[in-house]
Every structure is written in C-alpha cells, then in structure tokens.
Design a protein around this ligand. Structure first.
Ligand code: BGC
Length: 739
C-alpha cells in the first residue's frame, strides 16, 4: 500500500517536473522575469509607473497581482488578462485576508486567546472558502511574528508572545487556508510572514531594526515560522526589518541557508511591499539594480510592488552581473506553486457563477464567527460577581463605539462588510430587557491624534453629564471604551497605550454614580489599564470583535457564554516595563515584588510583575487545582516518557471551560533558560462541582532547546514543572531526567 502511494507520488512529481521544465524551455528571459513580478492596482507600484498595473498584467510584464477588488465576475475578467499573454500562464491573485474575508473573525491576537487550534483552523478554512469563491488564490497570512512589545501596532495581527502556542496556531492556520490538498477548489495559498523576527523591532516602532542573539532567534522567534513551513505553507514573505545587519530581503543566511537548506522550504519567497527598493534607504544597495541583484541572490523570488526585478533584471543578466540560473530558480519555484495550486488546470479555480453569493456571510460562517468572538474575549476582572448580568437588567450602554459597525472590524479587514456587522447596541437589545444608550465621550483627546479623532472639550462635558444621568436611571453601566481601530495595525506604533484621558474621565464619573460598572475594552493590543482598574467592577477584553460583535458581547455579558479566553500577551503595568513577557530569564540578581534588596533586577518606581500575566483570564465560575502527580520523579533514558496529572474542580455555580497550562523550567543548563516555558495545555469543560483529572504526557522533546552551538537537544538534570491557570498561578513539581 505504502509502496504504491509513494510510486504514485513519484509519478505525480515527475509529471510536474516535466510540465514545468517544458514550459520553462519555451519561456523567454522576459517571460521568466514577469513571473517574479507582482503588481497591485490599488496603490503606486514603485517609481516606475510606466504603465498601470492592469496593463502590465495584459502585456505580460507582470505575472501576479495583489488586491484586485470587485465582484467575482470583474475579478475573473482581470485574471483573464493572463490569457492575452503568449504562454497564458495563470496569475497568482493575492489579497491580505488576515482574520476572515467578508465574514470577519476577531483579530488574530484575539483569536489566539481562544487557545483553540481547531476553531482557529476553522476560521482560516472559512476565509479560504469565501475568498476562493471570489477568485483569489493566495492570502498573505498567517502572520506568526512573536511579539513582546504592545507599542507595536502590529501585535493585533499575530498570536502573541509565546513560541509554543504561536507554533500551534501557525500550523492550524496554514492547514486551514490550504486545506487537505492545495489544488482543491477552496484551497488558498498561505504566505507565512514576516520572515523574520519582525516582531522584535526596537522600541515597538514599525519598520525599525532588530538585533538579537541566534540563541534567542532559534528558541523564541523562529519556531512559529518553522512550524508553518513544516505544515506545508507554499510561500513565505520577507520582513521590512534587518536581521544581523542585513535587511531580510537581501539576507542570504535567512532566506537560503536557514529557510531552504536547514528547514527544507520548497515554496517561493515573496518580498514585503516594496522591500526590494527599500534596500536602498536601509543602506545596503546604492541603486535599484544593486537592490534587485542582492535580493535575488539572497533567495528572494518574487518582488512585491517595487518592480526592480521587472525593470532591471534583464539588464543585470545580459551584463553578466546575474547568472540566469538565479532567474530560472526563482521562476521554477513560482511555477511549481502555481502547478500545486492547480492553476494550470483551472486558472480561476474556486470561481463558479453564483457561488460567492451562496457562501459569503453564510449562516454557518456567521455562527463560527460568533463562537470565535465569544471565545476570544478575556475576562480580566469580575469583582463581587458583577457579571453575568440578569436579562431583566436595565442597562446603561455607554461609549463611542455602540452603533459604529466599522469599529468592530480592524485596519486589516478592509473587505469586511460593514452592513453585516451586528453592532453592540443591536446585540445588547436582543438579550436585555431595557438598553438605553449614551455616547459619553469622544474616542480620544490626545492632540497628537487629532487627525484621526477630533475632540471638543465643551461637547465632552455635555456627553459625560448625559451618560451620568443615564447611569443614575439604570441598574448597571456597560461602558464600551478603548482604542479606535486606526490605532493598531501596520504603521500604528504608539508610546501611550493607556486609555485616553477623556475616556478615563467618563469612566470615573460613571463609577461615582455607585452603579456597577462593566468595562468592555476594545483594542488591538494589550493596554496599560493600571489606573482604570479601580473604576470598573468588571472588565472584559473584547479586542476588535468582527462581524458578530454585538451578539457575542451580549452572549458574554448575559452569561449565555461563560468567558474562557486567556491572554497570549502580557498586559504591562506601565509602558516603562516594556518589553515584558512571562518567559523571561532569571538574571543573576532576580527580584520578586515584595522581596527586599537594593542591588536587584528591578525598578525603583514600578513593580516587576505585569498587570495581567500571559495565560491569564477569569471565568464566571472558579476552578480549584489539586496537586501535581508525576508518574516518575527520576527518569533514565531518552526513550521514556512520564505523565503529570492534576485534578481540576469547578468550584463555582456555572459550567465553564478552563485552559490547563503546563510549563517547564530547566534551572541549570549550559545557557541561561527562561524561568518558565509553555510546553502543553488542555482545555477542559467542567459542570459545577465536577472534577476531572488532566494528564499530560512528557517526553524529552519538551526539555529541548537550542544551545550555544545551536544544537537542539536536552540536557540531563533537574527540571521544575508547573501546571496552573495562568503563567503566574501554578502548582509545582520536580523531576530528574538522566540521559
Ligand atoms: C505588509 C504586509 C502585507 C503587504 C501587502 C505590507 O505593507 O507589511 O503584511 O501583506 O503590505 O499588502
């Protein structure tokens, strides 16, 4: 059986080789270079606006396109421009489909808080089904950049700070987009981005430099990219930053030695937007020609939007600066992926008249969006069980986001259908007897942001007074506050990530009424909430919730859904603590808040601990953890495994889901190791009073790390094992594992 499968695969592989080789034998140099060129009609394509992007697709100087928009029919018409070219090679038609296409799910940072890879995979599958029906065949997702700095606006696009969880999610998304077979009609080519280390840009300022040791790269930043490649991602995108002094787009070590030679990546490498040209301001190329030469030699196959390849590659070859083998190599990689996608059989795969109308925003897709939004929400505070609210509560619903449907989406959901969004007010009215609303505040009063958000202080005072009046007439206040969607995403770095002063003023005034105050926080990043915590009895992080915002938020407030989300990024107490993350090193002078000692690793004016740690999230019920039981405390030999069990009891009144988290620490090793690292987790549903035993299997795989020589292995000795409800609140056990 296995033999026949492998001979079938070999046969298929041979057919593909033959097809591509024969095609390439017929291609001119120009035609090959066109395969490496991706243009976009929505914005300028670099300084070489010789012709409009669509003309380039027609005359065959560009073989791929980004951001064609319109109806399925109008997109198909433009994709058919490929048929006007000599060899009729189908084009890659790409779009940034980041957290759903027309059915919009919560932002990726929110989705990651579900810790639910099955659900996340489903959201990617749905995005692929909707997008392929319109005619796209390539998405620029998942973004798997590990992020430890919430000032960076792009933290909203990723899965947070942890390499283990980040890898689980990276795999799920690739599998979701690409499906079982890449050539299936609903399979969308995934593009893993941004390779690499983009999440580590200094000071959280977008497009800035990164610099770190290889040990940190290998242990922290690289695992999710590697996981995505191993899951079969057909393409990878370079990042805007430099790595060890060489911009990633020209970094041969990164793109060729590591990605291809060590990890075995077989797909193609596309640049980020205009990144070839940007080698010039980066300071590693004097002109466009040198930029193109450096990029292709490093292993960059496709040039997104800069057109340096299209303009200069032929000249570089004829003048002998570049060997044709570089062009052939890159062209072959692109054609192979087109072949794998099945585009040579059907250039418009996925498209069927009337299909888009049937699948987009279907009932089933919306149901998954609602579930995802419920599960993404993280309950940060719930004093005196303020939540859930009784359905007969008279609710004062206050804030500037209430009927603003667009604000439920994000900077990265430009294709979301605003009209289809369930606004917060609409959702709340379905589930509560009386819901009255007041705007209460402007979104922001920071003069630096006035181009995004206007402010008028006289009007603000009136709005607060109205909101307070409404609060007095109600049983409970639900204040929906936070950041507007334009403050997170690409090029949206911020130094102030606390709640705007005008919103704080409103919240304080509401709290003074003596009514219970629930804060529903909308944001694309962890925010500094330290000074607002006392002014809310309950707080829920709802991120940017997506199409089903209002229904899902009402589900959580009413208790129809008991929140289960857990943070995947640490919430700092103050901006000065950033970067702050749970898997930090111990240092030679460790310090825990409350310890004494002057010459310790600490701040004079701030605690070391975060406001909310990684893995944190409350439920309407409570869980009690028993003690950890290990099957063995001394283990000999690599082939063994041990089990760690713990019983978890629902000690509250509601059924609820807990995410039981397992961390390991290697206290003595050849290099300094993090105080804790997530190694596994399980989600468990418990009825009130119910106890379940959770058992984890541990093999030496969980003990491995890249050592100083970048060898991935484990070192024998003592290990600390932790299991708990978040990275900070854990039970502890120990074992010795000998080789
Ligand atoms: C972003 C990428 C995106 C690309 C294409 C760039 O500015 O960094 O994440 O995929 O544009 O839109």
């Amino acid at each position: 059986m296995t033999a026949s499968i492998s001979s079938l695969n070999k046969k298929k592989h041979k057919e593909k080789e033959y097809f591509i080789s024969s095609l390439m034998a017929r291609m001119t140099l120009k035609e090959k270079i066109a395969q490496l060129n991706l243009v976009t009609p929505t914005a300028g394509t670099g300084p070489f606006k010789t012709k409009r992007a669509l003309e380039k697709l027609k005359d065959g100087t560009a073989g791929n396109v980004l951001s064609l928009r319109g109806t399925a029919e109008s997109i198909r018409e433009k994709e058919a421009f490929a048929e006007q070219t000599r060899l009729k090679i189908p084009m890659l038609s790409a779009l940034d489909i980041i957290h759903g296409y027309k059915t919009v799910f919560p932002i990726p940072l929110g989705l990651s808080c579900t810790w639910d890879s099955v659900l996340i995979k489903k959201t990617a599958r749905i995005a692929a089904i909707e997008a392929t029906a319109i005619g796209y065949n390539n998405t620029y997702s998942p973004m798997v950049d590990i992020t430890r700095d919430p000032r960076w606006g792009r933290v909203m696009e990723g899965s947070g700070e942890d390499p283990y969880l980040g890898s689980v999610i990276a795999r799920a998304m690739v599998k979701g987009y690409q499906g079982e077979n890449l050539d299936a009609s609903t399979s969308l080519l995934a593009c893993v981005k941004h390779f690499g280390m983009y999440g580590a840009i200094e000071a959280g300022r977008d497009y800035n430099t990164t610099d770190m040791s290889r040990v940190t790269m290998y242990n922290v930043y690289l695992p999710p990219y590697k996981a995505a490649v191993e899951a079969g991602a057909g393409s990878v995108m370079t990042s805007f930053n430099d790595v060890e002094g060489i911009p990633s787009t020209a970094n041969k070590w990164l793109l060729t030695d590591l990605l291809r030679n060590q990890w075995g990546f077989k797909g193609f490498m596309v640049t980020d937007y205009n990144a070839v040209q940007e080698l010039i301001p980066h300071g590693v190329a004097a002109d466009y020609e040198e930029a193109a030469e450096k990029a292709i030699k490093a292993g960059t196959d496709m040039d997104m939007a800069s057109e340096c390849y299209s303009m200069f590659m032929e000249k570089l070859v004829t003048e002998g600066h570049i060997d044709t083998s570089y062009i052939n190599r890159a062209c072959r990689r692109v054609l192979e992926v087109k072949y794998d996608l099945g585009l040579f059989n059907d250039p418009y795969k996925g498209y069927q008249k009337g299909l888009a109308e049937r699948v987009i925003l279907s009932k089933e897709h919306k149901a998954v969006a609602r579930e995802a939004t419920q599960r993404a929400m993280v309950l940060l505070k719930n004093e005196r069980q303020t939540l859930p609210l009784r359905p007969d509560s008279r609710v004062a619903l206050i804030g500037p986001f209430l009927d603003n449907k667009a604000e439920m989406l994000s900077m990265w959901s430009p294709d979301g259908v605003i009209d289809s969004v369930v606004s917060i007010v609409a959702g709340m009215k379905k589930q509560f007897r009386e819901v009255k609303t007041a705007v209460g505040t402007y979104m922001n009063d920071d003069p630096a942001l006035k181009s995004f958000e206007p402010f008028d202080s006289a009007q603000q005072a009136k709005m607060i007074a109205e909101a307070v009046e409404l609060a007095h007439q109600s049983d409970v206040v639900v204040a929906v506050l936070g950041e507007s969607r334009w403050l997170s995403g690409e090029a949206r770095s911020m130094t102030k990530i606390s709640m705007p002063a005008c919103q704080k003023e409103l919240l304080k005034a509401l709290k003074k009424t003596g009514k219970p105050v629930i804060l529903v926080l909308l944001s694309g990043r962890p925010m500094v909430l330290t000074d607002i915590i006392p002014h809310a009895d309950a707080i829920i992080a709802a991120w940017r919730p997506g199409t089903m915002a209002g229904d899902a938020i009402a589900d959580v407030l009413s208790g129809k859904y008991n929140p289960s989300g857990k943070l995947t990024m640490t919430f700092p107490r103050s901006v000065g603590q950033i970067p702050i993350y749970y898997n930090h090193k111990n240092t030679g002078r460790p310090f825990k808040d409350g310890d004494r000692g002057q010459f310790k690793s600490k701040y004079l004016d701030e605690m070391n601990s975060p406001l909310f740690p990684f893995g944190y999230g409350l439920s309407y019920t409570t869980f009690r953890y028993g003690d950890i039981v290990l099957s063995d405390t001394i283990v000999n030999g690599a082939k063994k495994h041990i089990t760690a069990s713990i019983s978890v009891t629902n000690t509250g009144k509601y059924s609820g889901e807990e995410t039981v988290q397992l961390y390991i620490n290697d206290p003595v090793a050849s290099i300094t190791r993090p105080v804790k690292e997530l190694k596994d987790y399980q989600k468990v549903m418990l009825a009130p009073g119910e106890t379940k035993k959770i058992t984890f299997n541990i093999t030496p795989e969980a003990l491995k790390f890249y050592n100083h020589h970048l060898v991935y292995d484990w070192e024998p000795g003592l290990f600390n094992l932790y299991i708990g409800t978040n990275s900070d609140d854990v039970k502890e056990a120990h074992f010795v594992w000998n080789k």
